[in-house]
Design a protein around this ligand. Sequence first.
Ligand SMILES: N[C@@H](CCC(=O)N[C@@H](CS)C(=O)NCC(=O)O)C(=O)O
Length: 202
Amino acid sequence: MITVHHLKQSRSTRVLWLLEELNLPYQVIEHERDAQTRLAPESLKKIHPLGKAPVIVDGDVTLCESAAILEYIVSQQPSSPLKPAIDAAHFPQYLEWLHFAEGSLAMPVVINAIMKMEDRSGNAPLDGYIAKELAVDFAYIDNTLSQQSYFAGEDFTIADIMMALLLARAGDYGLLEGRENIQRYLATIKQRPAYQKASAYH
Ligand SMILES: N[C@@H](CCC(=O)N[C@@H](CS)C(=O)NCC(=O)O)C(=O)O
């Protein structure tokens, strides 16, 4: 059985969400953020040298990086509707969004949140760069979701789990105003029982 090391209010919700979608058994070990720094506690460093979440332990395997963990879990399923076949029409688009979440979108969303936590202002190069990244990314995402129901076409996949958690956080930070297609997408996603069960771990 997979053990999920879950840090509250973190990307480890993605792993819990996938396990709920697949109805797989799992064990959760919860870790609390430091109240002041919001960083992970020492307990996570005992599981993985990076001391970040998510981390899973599955027998001899200890694995970090949310996208890698999702791929690892779906790869173990004999056939999973959550990962398109390699020759499916939407497979390239699936790959793009699966990696876009952490490769492109996470950085400006997270830095924006940290800047707000620190109540920073007046750092013109950084403010301008983050604002430009968010505008470009959200325009591209909104346009994609104006044409299809999910990130890889009409089927829900793990690319949605990667993207939707970040978009939900972006919504919490007030970054999605006017992005009607993203908002409509999120409203649908948030109705999924697996998303709701995973989010309850907060
Ligand atoms: N790209 C990694 C990011 C991992 C990461 O930064 N996790 C954050 C939580 S969302 C964390 O553990 N932060 C606490 C810390 O760095 O001390 C992933 O997708 O898993």
